[in-house]
Design a protein around this ligand. Structure first.
Ligand code: GRF
Length: 213
């Protein structure tokens, strides 16, 4: 009989509502299965994302900036995350800039979600900027996290149409729906060993053909 595949241990970093965390809990999190969310860390206490994790029986921690230098916070964050022995760290609505003190500890293992088709509209107000520009399509990007905010190479992207008359709420709702599909899809690709970052040209990511689990 074939060896059972190892579990991809996933740590999810959150700051707020945690709807993307919920999509992971609902669609890929299987304790002892292929993919397990083993820890949720929030940059803020008392946020709904923490309640979602607790309801699913997933351990939680809060690591806030608390007026510290980012590097000091990131060293603590790295220690907390490392203890969970993650194969993948997912920034799902984590709203705090990360430095090399964290990112360098998990090379090619930290991915971020952004509500636009990067490189368009990086930063905090991607949805409002897409509306202000009048673009016909915006979208969702899941990409490798690097020190440049929203600057790492994309892993999966999907366009989302902007409809005439959309306001920020309407467009946000359409984008969220895609996020809730795309983040689990990216995690499944990692679990299946199908995400390969080119060791020479670091901007290139290959999705290796295969069967998604
Ligand atoms: C997502 O739209 C993500 O793109 C942005 O923050 C939002 C987080 O939402 N960076 P949630 O906390 O997962 O509900």
């Amino acid at each position: 009989m074939a060896e059972p595949a190892a579990t991809l241990r996933v740590v999810v970093l959150v700051s707020g509502s945690g709807s993307n965390l919920q999509s992971l809990i609902d669609s890929v999190h299987r304790p002892g299965g292929d993919i397990e969310v083993v820890l949720v860390v929030s940059s803020r206490g008392g946020v709904p994302a923490l309640g979602r994790a607790e309801s699913a029986g997933i351990p939680t921690r809060v690591v806030a900036l608390d007026g510290r230098e980012r590097e000091a916070r990131d060293r603590e964050l790295a220690a907390v995350v490392e203890e969970a022995r993650p194969g993948l760290v997912v920034l799902a609505g984590w709203m705090s800039i990360l430095t090399g003190a964290f990112l360098d500890r998990f090379p090619d293992r930290v991915i971020n979600l952004h509500p636009s088709l990067l490189p368009a509209f990086p930063g905090l107000h991607a949805i409002e900027q897409a509306l202000a520009w009048g673009v016909r399509y915006t979208g969702v990007t899941v990409h490798f996290a690097e020190e440049v905010v929203d600057g790492g190479p994309p892993i999966v992207q999907e366009p989302v149409p902007v409809m005439y008359g959309d306001d920020a709420d309407a467009l946000t709702a359409r984008i969220r729906e895609v996020e809730h599909r795309l983040v689990p899809e990216a995690v499944r690709l990692f679990a299946a060993g199908r995400v390969r970052r080119d060791p020479v040209d670091r901007r290139r990511v290959e999705i290796v053909p295969g069967v998604e689990r």
